[in-house]
Design a protein around this ligand. Structure first.
Ligand code: HAM
Length: 454
């Protein structure tokens, strides 16, 4: 065999350096969810499914991409999400397609497309999906993030609003983070009320425009309601003098909002009323709510939602689809769980490590490992070419409490060596008794059995 060519010529060395394969990293604002994150994520998903199922929700998955119009029309062209944050691309045939920035518009599109208005109403759907917003990345704000989302479509009843807020609070309680959070609620009134109030805000701010921040000056043209939740201090002073939504509410809106609040009190959901809460998407009317980090306020809300009775018609439904829903940011919820040191039950640990030496032993080892798995035991091993010492070291590193050791002799004599990894003690077991003994050591209550019927 010829020796590999290594040049000492500096120019050639630099060329070789250049040809080194590039080391890739995640894109800015995108992140890997590593196994430790999944311990938290699994807990979140469990609570979402459990609370959702208890309340009659079924799961839906809409495509990751939709025709751009679904979001452009659905969320409103002047919203930050649509005007600045969408990942939009052109298909080969020239159609504009967008990675979903939120779940609601796609779910409403699906409700209309699949004729769900013929089902018993309301239709209750939930989803847990990645979402994409081309935002400026910072802590708690990513370009790909995940939302769990609940939507109740086809019914206008304040009890729905209250029940969903209650259920989302229950999930945060399940996850042990409710002490760090506050619920803020407000009403935007019916679409007519909202329109009248928006006009009044425009009139009020018009001759004070030069005192508003640059962002709010833009909002005055595109979406005056958003001036109300500006973080700018001077804007806030003007906002405190601006007309109040409550003076524009009609009887229907007022009654609806009062009912939502009284149901929330009945359900013992703690909340703060906040007249400046307007939400960043255009489709809301009547009840809106957000769940805030108690120490940070409106910044990095963990979730929010509200009523959106007008969205169905905006997305082409011949009949109105009254609806209420909310979404929570998984990464932000996980952040709170991490900060408050929530311990997650980790059921991923290895219970038995199977170590082997020799080809015959390896065959036996993989059979044992797979049969243990069928019994519901987490069994790893029967792989690699390492020495027995290295395999036992690996068993130690994986924190396996028990190891089965097999060599050619053991296979021939139909026995196995069972090692207590903590004590470093081991004894021989006849192969026919091995599973019974392991089962009693692991304990029936610790078996990981799952049947599709469950
Ligand atoms: P949203 O307030 O835009 O509402 O988003 C809901 C939650 O998603 C936020 O409170 C936050 O936790 C999370 N989130 C949003 N953007 C990011 C980001 N860039 N990075 C990390 N987390 C983020 C909606 O999306 C509505 N569709 C909620 C809804 C459902 N309304 C009615 N039904």
């Amino acid at each position: 065999m010829s020796e590999p060519f290594v040049s000492n010529d500096p120019a050639t060395k630099a060329d070789q350096e250049k040809e080194k394969p590039k080391k890739f990293q995640t894109l800015r604002g995108f992140q890997d969810l590593l196994p430790a994150d999944h311990d938290l994520y699994t807990l979140i998903k469990k609570s979402v499914r459990h609370r959702g199922r208890q309340s009659g929700f079924r799961r839906i998955t809409t495509p990751t991409m939709e025709e751009t119009g679904v979001f452009e029309r659905g969320l409103g062209e002047s919203t930050d999400v649509v005007s600045k944050e969408m990942f939009t691309m052109e298909s080969r045939s020239g159609k504009l397609m967008t990675l979903k920035p939120e779940a609601t518009a796609g779910i409403v599109r699906a409700y209309i497309e699949h004729g769900m208005q013929t089902l018993p109403q309301p239709v209750q759907l939930y989803s847990i999906e990645p979402q994409f917003r081309y935002d400026r990345p910072q802590k708690g704000r990513y370009r790909q993030f995940h939302q769990y989302d609940f939507e109740v479509l086809g019914e206008r009843d304040p009890s729905i609003d209250a029940q969903i807020i209650h259920m989302s609070w229950k999930i945060l309680q399940d996850l042990g983070i409710e002490d760090r959070l506050d619920i803020q609620i407000n009403t935007l009134g019916t679409p007519i009320v909202r329109k009248k109030y928006t006009e009044a805000l425009k009139d009020f701010f018009y001759d004070k425009k030069q005192h508003l921040s640059a962002d709010s000056q833009k909002r005055l043209e595109t979406n005056p309601l958003r001036i109300l939740d500006s973080k700018d201090e001077d804007d806030q002073i003007l906002v405190s003098m601006a007309p109040k939504m409550k003076d524009f509410m009609d009887e229907e809106s007022t009654k609806f909002y009062e009912a939502v609040k009284s149901y929330l009190k009945e359900l013992k959901v703690p909340f703060y009323e906040n007249e400046s809460l307007v939400r960043g998407l255009d489709y809301y009317c009547d009840t809106v709510f957000e769940v805030w980090d108690r120490s940070l306020g409106s910044q990095n809300a963990v979730g929010g939602g509200g009523r959106y009775d007008g969205l169905g018609t905006v997305l082409g439904s011949p009949n109105p689809i009254p609806a209420f829903g909310c979404a929570f940011g998984v990464e932000r919820v996980m952040g709170h769980m991490k900060d408050s040191g929530i311990e997650t039950p980790n059921k991923d640990g290895v219970q038995v490590f199977v170590a082997q030496l020799g080809e015959e032993a390896k065959k036996k080892a993989i059979k044992i490992a797979t049969e243990l798995r069928d019994m519901g035991i987490h069994a790893v091993g029967g792989m690699g070419k390492s020495s027995m010492k290295a395999q036992l070291k690996m068993a130690d590193k994986r924190n396996a409490p028990w190891a089965i050791i097999l060599g050619e002799v053991e296979v021939r004599e139909e026995i196995a060596i069972l090692r207590n990894m903590k004590l470093g003690k081991q004894h021989k077991v006849e192969m026919k008794d091995l599973y019974k003994e392991i089962l009693s050591l692991v304990g029936k209550e610790n078996l990981d059995t799952y049947s599709l019927g469950e």
